[in-house]
Write a protein that binds this ligand. Structure first.
Ligand code: GTB
Length: 216
């Protein structure tokens, strides 16, 4: 069955692979599932045709036959459940991998996103420096816990899982901030994720969209 996902026609990250279609591309590459991509402008995302797929008018979405999904975490989970290799067979190990998926999206990602939003929307406010410090402290609290738990392991709980895929995706947004560099094991963890052939294929595919859109 053909799988179609949606992505930015012109990603504001200029090909850095930080928009959330990247994690969907990555999981599809991990399981060797071909997919089509429908590219959307910001305007098209808010039109009824797309809102019928995504209540909030955002990317990514996922279409597979009669099934339409939104929320990148739900899409990654759906794919990981239906293919071998991204969720352990053992029930307890599987539950722990799913817990890491939630941890990535519910506990680690929020302060990272809030920091990015503050950098865009609050830069000119009198409280900007203080707010940035508070958000960076929150991020460090999360990274400290994560770094302690990871230790010198390659992945969060045994073999690479959908939990690692989401956690690496979330941490990548800190690249260039200097914060990730304070945690050598987390920097190495992210680099291991980026070195995966499936990640590279996904990254190259979204970069090709950027190159085509911004060079024209
Ligand atoms: N919780 C949802 C999910 O995980 O799928 C969040 C989806 C979401 O935030 N989508 C964003 C979107 O459609 C794109 S990924 N925004 C348009 C809108 O809301 O109108 C967020 C994103 C955007 C840009 C960068 N960047 O430039 O670095 C990074 C991440």
């Amino acid at each position: 069955m053909t799988i179609t996902i949606t992505a930015f026609e012109r990603s504001p990250d200029r090909g850095k692979g930080l928009a959330r279609d990247m994690r969907v591309r990555w999981v599809l590459e991990e399981v060797g599932q071909p997919y089509d991509v429908r590219l959307l402008s910001f305007r098209a995302m808010k039109e009824p045709a797309h809102r019928a797929l995504h209540p909030f008018g955002q990317i990514p979405t996922y279409e597979e036959g009669d099934l339409v999904l939104f929320e990148s975490g739900a899409i990654v989970f759906h794919i990981a459940e239906r293919h071998a290799g991204l969720l352990p067979g053992d029930a307890n190990a599987r539950a722990r991998a799913i817990a890491w998926m939630f941890a990535a999206l519910n506990t680690v990602e929020p302060p990272i996103v809030e920091r990015d939003v503050a950098k865009i929307l609050e830069r000119d406010t009198p409280w900007y420096e203080q707010r940035l410090r508070l958000l960076e402290d929150s991020i460090r609290k999360r990274l400290g816990g994560l770094s302690d738990r990871l230790g010198d392991a390659d992945w969060l709980d045994g073999a690479f899982s959908a939990g690692d895929l989401l956690m690496v995706s979330v941490l990548l947004r800190l690249k260039g901030s200097g914060i990730l560099d304070e945690y050598a094991n987390l920097s190495a963890y992210v680099a291991r994720g980026e070195a995966r052939p499936a990640y590279k294929r996904a990254f190259d595919a979204q970069l090709a969209v950027f190159t085509a859109a911004w060079s024209g």
